[in-house]
Design a protein around this ligand. Structure first.
Ligand SMILES: Nc1nc2c(ncn2[C@@H]2O[C@H](COP(=O)(O)OP(=O)(O)OP(=O)(O)O)[C@@H](O)[C@H]2O)c(=O)[nH]1
Ligand SMILES: [Mg+2]
Length: 295
């Protein structure tokens, strides 16, 4: 923009192994929850954009799913999302954590990044769990394609302003790509779906969250409140029984969780209605994946 020649705007992709804190970092930078997080790996299923708007810059972060070997078709889709996330980005944040580095996974990603001609910063997260560490032991294992290394705690916010200043140097002078009050490119329906999925990740054990897809059937903004109808899809009848719980208590907890999170975010009372349905093997079927919004 001619009146703001010093304004920077660009795209930064965050990638790395599952559960390392990519989504937590993006939310921390934005100061808002845009991408869902959980203690379980492979929480994020889509590349999710979160937009940081400041007086002097607009940075579009792309939070990607932790990548794994394509055992299921869903994981192949994740891998595709990942390579698409590289396109047109100005900077890649390679994210790992100080607890386990380098894993095979880290090494594979770093190997791949060697041949990617985009500036890269290595970010080691979770320093709150290991305050005493030899930073050199991490940096010496990084390939030449990494131009800087940062140690942070996304959870407590340590090292975040410094990381932001470092990454801004790689963001070009450019006018903003999005409106300057926009936080994400996601529709609210999608956000609602993700928050319900987050509730399931937090409240249910083991394989059930991974066997779950959520579909919003109705998202209605009424006078003074928002009403959301959603279907939770599962693979087996037995999972449905567990999810619903005794006298429906399990399902009620998910509903209360989603209503609380969504009311806080939307700043209006939110009423959520949930249904649970079974579609065996939805994870492996392309058509089912499309219907469920993984298209
Ligand atoms: N102690 C600690 N925990 C953290 C930190 N950052 C994230 N976590 C936790 O690590 C877990 C995983 O965080 P996510 O942000 O969901 O991780 P992710 O990399 O997005 O994971 P996927 O979406 O599965 O690839 C959550 O329980 C977070 O609360 C940190 O700085 N310190
Ligand atoms: Mg994530």
């Amino acid at each position: 923009m001619t009146d703001r020649p010093d304004f920077r705007s660009g795209f930064v992709a965050i990638l790395g192994k599952p559960n390392t804190g990519k989504s937590t970092l993006m939310n921390r930078i934005l100061g808002e929850k845009v991408s869902i997080t959980s203690p379980k790996p492979q929480t994020t299923r889509y590349a999710i954009k979160g937009i940081l708007n400041r007086e002097d810059c607009q940075v579009v972060f792309i939070d990607t799913p932790g990548y794994l070997e394509p055992r299921y078709e869903m994981q192949q889709r994740m891998r595709r999302i990942w390579s698409e996330a590289f396109q047109g980005v100005d900077l890649i944040l390679f994210m790992s954590d100080v607890l386990r580095f380098p894993t095979d996974f880290d090494n594979q990603v770093l190997e791949l990044l060697k041949n990617v001609n985009i500036p890269q910063i290595a970010v080691f997260n979770k320093i709150d769990l290991k305050p005493e560490l030899s930073r050199a032991a991490f940096t010496e294992r990084l390939p030449g394609s990494i131009c800087e290394t940062r140690f942070i705690s996304a959870r407590i916010g340590e090292g975040i302003p410094e990381l932001l200043e470092a990454l801004l140097r790689f963001v070009p002078f450019h006018e903003p790509y999005y409106q300057e009050d926009q936080l994400s490119d996601l529709p609210l329906r999608f956000f609602a779906q993700e928050v319900i999925r987050e509730g399931i990740f937090h409240l249910l054990q083991q394989e059930i969250p991974y066997a779950t897809a959520v579909l919003i059937e109705r998202f209605k903004e009424e006078e003074g409140r928002t009403v959301i109808d959603a279907v939770i899809w599962l693979e087996r009848q037995s999972q449905k029984v567990i999810l619903i719980g005794k006298r429906g208590e399990g399902l009620a907890k998910i509903r209360v969780y989603a209503e609380k999170q969504l009311s806080e975010f939307l700043q209006v009372p939110v009423q959520v209605h949930l249904w649970v349905k079974v579609n065996p093997g939805w994870r492996k079927k392309s058509t089912a994946l499309k219907e469920l919004g993984f298209g």
